[in-house]
Design a protein around this ligand. Structure first.
Ligand SMILES: *Cc1c(COP(=O)(O)O)cnc(C)c1O
Length: 427
């Protein structure tokens, strides 16, 4: 498969190049030349295939000629030691409602699916290199944990995560700065924007470029997006005709769903659910795309005013195509809280604030969707957001084993000012 930049359809690069570069030189995002289609044999057996087989068949066309089948099989087997169960949730109406749980990976959020594949793809495609690859990543919380965990122990790669000191949760700090080994953490005396600016400046620094093989692992990397198509195909294979409600921020997850549908997975529709950061629902409504400053909410991993994957969606689909395939609405914090309470009261199911945005949005379209079964993507475990959720449901949420283990880690981070010289000295 060849990849284009969204800004220039004339020069194509390999999967490896798209992976290593992250962002194209012209500032565009990499997209596949054409979204591949499942063979009819695969389509007709999605219902009975194992999660790992779906993973293999889904990723294969995107890396053909670069990662051999046997290696890809090993990569998915070691990356996906957990799966994505489709859980039935009772509701007041008789309608079928499902939650697709994407939080059974080591950091209890769906970003594990992308990060774990990406780390292994990097390791394979760099085989034989003598220099260690240095991955530099800035995080506001969740991404850093998933990337740190995904790359932990991967040979030939070291990772440095920059996070804003005092502005991530105690659990997130332990996920980022508690692993050690090939993962180092730098707490920056400043904001997330300062961290991101430092990473950008480091990539432009000539002295560093000479001294280190630098790469990034941020969410615009195509290697994080492709593996997110797997769970859409696996779930709709089991339950053809599903409509997916996707809690969205940068719209990587939704874009992956659109890829799965284009590949031939039996998906009927999508609901793009946002919090008050409503750039995309407004775009579908008015036809005008207007980026905004982000506003803080209780579903903070979705606080994005300028969704980076919009450019990818636009390069594949027209406004009319998006309008006919995607419903989109925004949910306020009050509505999110009410939804967590209501679903718990009706079914005992505990949603996290992000999943609740998806659930509440799905409620809004129940009539329009008739008998279409709906699956809400639960992008994080509720235990990750105990401070918000426990007061709403009036009871304690037990920590999953992986998070309990993370909480016991010791934080080991270097502290720096938001200053490029200090960062260079650390690397
Ligand atoms: C990153 C994240 C999202 C948003 O996903 P996008 O692909 O950026 O739209 C939603 N929920 C959680 C828990 C996340 O960590």
């Amino acid at each position: 498969m060849k990849y284009f930049s969204t800004k220039d359809k004339s020069s194509a690069v390999s999967f490896a190049e798209a992976l290593f570069c992250g962002l194209a030189k012209d500032g565009g995002l990499f997209v596949p030349q054409a979204i591949p289609e499942y063979s009819s044999a695969v389509k007709s057996s999605l219902a009975t295939m194992s999660f790992l087989d779906v993973a293999f068949e889904t990723i294969k066309p995107y890396v053909e000629g670069e990662i051999p089948d046997g290696v890809l099989q090993e990569i998915v087997a070691s990356a996906y030691t957990f799966s994505a169960p489709l859980v039935h949730v009772k509701s007041e109406t008789s309608k079928d409602r499902y939650v697709l749980e994407l939080f059974h990976g080591p950091t209890a959020a769906f970003k594990d699916f992308g990060a774990r594949f990406m780390a292994r793809a990097f390791a394979y495609l760099r085989r034989g290199e003598t220099r260690t690859l240095k991955i530099l990543v800035a995080t506001s919380g969740d991404t850093g944990g998933a990337v740190a965990d995904g790359f932990f122990g991967v040979e030939g790669i070291s990772v440095t995560v920059l996070y804003p000191k005092g502005r991530v949760s105690p659990l997130q700090e332990r996920q980022i700065a508690g692993l050690g080994g090939n993962i180092s953490a730098i707490a920056v005396d400043g904001s997330f924007d300062d961290c991101q600016a430092l990473v950008k400046a480091a990539f432009k620094n000539e002295e560093l470029k000479k001294r280190l093989d630098l790469s990034s692992a941020n969410s615009i990397n195509i290697a994080r997006l492709i593996p997110q198509t797997i769970y859409y195909s696996a779930a709709s294979g089991k339950k053809p005709g599903l409509c997916f409600s996707v809690p969205s921020g940068n719209f990587g997850n939704l874009t992956a769903g659109l890829y799965a549908q284009k590949m031939g997975a039996p998906i009927s529709k999508f609901i793009a659910a946002t919090n008050i950061n409503k750039t995309f629902p407004e775009y579908l409504e008015s036809g005008k795309y207007e980026e905004k400053k982000s506003v803080a909410t209780i579903s903070n991993a979705m606080d994005v005013g300028a969704p980076s994957n919009f450019e990818r969606m636009k390069s594949h689909f027209s406004l009319e195509q998006m309008r006919s395939n995607i419903l989109s609405t925004f949910i306020t914090d009050d509505e999110t809280r009410l939804c967590i309470k209501k679903v718990y009261a009706q079914s005992g199911y505990i949603l996290d604030p992000h999943g609740a945005v998806g659930f509440c949005a799905a409620d809004r379209y129940l009539n329009d969707l008739g008998n279409t079964p709906i699956a809400v993507l639960a992008t994080a475990a509720s235990a990750k957001f105990r401070e918000t959720v426990e007061p709403l449901i009036g009871c304690k949420i037990p920590l999953p084993q992986s998070l309990e283990a993370a909480m016991k880690r010791e934080v080991n981070a270097s502290l720096i000012k938001a200053d490029l010289n200090e960062l260079c000295a650390m690397l």
